[in-house]
Design a protein around this ligand. Structure first.
Ligand code: AMP
Ligand code: ZN
Length: 477
């Protein structure tokens, strides 16, 4: 039974989607004004892993993740670069797609953009005003927090905390400092759209309420994003959707990933001191980067350093080597023919343990470090038993399980398969030739016991050596 930590209840809850076998999930995507940093990449990788696990469990997952392509940051950056907001968005959406590919993110069911949903946004804001939960001032429209008694339900931030901690923008147009903009009047030089309040653009939070409803219907099952989005973004999203559409809550489970930190500080674009995802992916094997990003439990902070990336490289190597070990032995047994042995049962048991263990860990709020520990336990079993396994069937089963289960974490072991198996085929051939050369040396030195040992041991491995007058030949039996 899958349990997920719901930020709304601050507890682990049994996961029951509203429609059996189907999960509808929405994850806040990037604001496309700059290169995504490696912290953003953590959020992408975490929710991709969650999605893959839900699919592994047999759910059909509708996965929506947006591009925020209009906000203050977009407008300011476009001005700085002397290009349009639309061109800025295209540039960084293209960049996101490259990174998504390198990180092996499954394509979303859809990547909607805020600017494609302006009509829906205007409609929602009109409903909020009509329902007495919003008010217009000089072309701006604000959400009236005082008219929404559940405000704070997600973030658990009280009115006092909000005003005392100055976590809200003070603006003389607002009736209450906690109120937030649903619609912003056009300023000179800014992109704008028509609305009942004059030309303007959406406030920051409106798009996700609208696009979640548009593509998934309300309420939907999972809403994800980083912990920085709990307040104000997701708090405001709940207020907007509930006030506009007359529902108690737009989302059943709220999931938030912890920060990727640099010396224990949240990595962020505005604070500087961050690495772009591209820099990291250019310098390290993208699969190792992906492994690193999911190596910690998703709600905990994950520190970034060269040391941890190097550890991920080693872990990836161990996983790939295990797959190659299995492939190599399968090749030998395919040539030689199978004969079952005790080791077959041992490995078969290890496969079952891996599947059970990994599921147990992932069912516990997607505990990826626990899942990885199960993978490494299995790899130790592979390394212990494979050489003694006589049946190819169990090796194929082990390889399939390894590929499938690390696949949930986004590691693709079939990527280099053709290259690896061709290489291991060549390597095997070269190694046999080398042994025959050594046997020839031994014979010349009249060390017949070594020469015979090489021939006999090769024979046991399925390589028949024949001595002819032109030298030794070999074939796989
Ligand atoms: P943004 O482009 O800033 O809207 O962020 C895209 C996603 O990355 C959001 O879900 C953020 O919550 C998440 N995010 C931003 N900074 C970090 C960080 N340092 N660690 C993990 N996730 C982050
Ligand atoms: Zn959002």
């Amino acid at each position: 039974m899958l349990k997920v930590y719901n930020t709304l209840s601050r507890s682990k809850e049994e996961f029951r989607p509203q429609e059996e076998n189907t999960v509808r999930m929405y994850v806040c995507g990037p604001t496309v004004y700059d290169y995504p940093h490696i912290g953003n990449a953590r959020s992408f990788a975490v929710f991709d892993t969650i999605r893959r696990y839900l699919e592994y469990k047999g759910y059909r997952v509708y996965f929506v993740t947006n591009f925020t392509d209009i906000d203050d940051k977009m407008i300011n950056r476009a001005k700085e670069e002397g290009i349009t907001v639309a061109d800025l968005a295209s540039k960084f959406i293209a960049e996101y797609r490259i990174i998504a590919d390198q990180l092996n993110l499954k394509p979303a069911s859809i990547n909607p953009r805020a600017t494609e949903h302006i009509d829906d946004i205007v409609e929602m804001v009109e409903l909020i005003v009509k329902n007495g939960k919003g008010y217009a001032v000089d072309g701006d429209v604000y959400f009236d927090v005082s008219a929404w008694k559940d405000y704070g339900v997600l973030s658990r931030i009280s009115t006092e905390d909000l005003t005392a901690g100055a976590r809200v923008e003070v603006d003389e147009k607002k009736q209450d400092p906690r109120d937030f903009a649903l619609w912003k009047a056009k300023k000179p030089g800014e992109p704008s759209w028509d609305s009942p309040w004059g030309k303007g653009r959406p406030g920051w939070h409106a798009e996700c309420s609208v696009m979640g409803k548009h593509y998934l219907g309300l309420p939907f099952d999972i809403h994800g994003g980083g912990q920085d989005l709990i307040f104000p973004h997701h708090e405001n999203e709940i207020a907007q959707s509930a006030a506009a559409y007359g529902i108690k809550t737009p989302v059943k489970y709220w999931l938030h990933n912890g920060f990727l930190t640099l010396n224990a500080e949240k990595m962020s674009k505005s604070e500087g001191g961050f690495s772009t995802a591209r820099e990291v992916l250019d310098n390290y094997d993208p699969q190792a980067v992906r492994l690193y990003l999911v190596s910690g439990q998703y709600r905990q902070p994950l520190d970034y350093s060269e040391k941890v990336l190097k550890q991920a490289i080693q872990s990836l190597e161990r996983i790939k080597n295990a797959a190659d070990t299995l492939r190599g032995r399968i090749t030998i047994l395919e040539r030689k023919g199978s004969r079952e042995s005790k080791a077959d049962t041992k490995l078969s048991e290890a496969v079952n343990k891996l599947r059970e263990g990994l599921q147990k860990e992932m069912d516990d709020d997607f505990n990826t470090p626990g899942a990885l520990a199960e993978v490494f336990t299995f790899i130790r079993e592979i390394n212990t038993h494979t050489k003694d396994v006589g049946g190819a069937a169990v090796l194929r089963e082990s390889l399939a399980a390894l590929i499938e289960l690390v696949g949930i974490l986004g590691i693709n072991l079939t990527l280099e398969e053709t290259v690896a198996s061709a290489e291991s085929g060549d390597l095997l051939k070269d190694a046999i030739e080398l042994l025959l050369e050594l046997r020839e040396d031994a014979r010349k030195a009249k060390d017949y016991s070594v020469a015979d040992k090489i021939r006999d041991r090769l024979g046991e491995l399925g390589v028949t050596v024949s001595d002819t007058k032109d030298g030794s030949t070999w074939k796989m039996s």
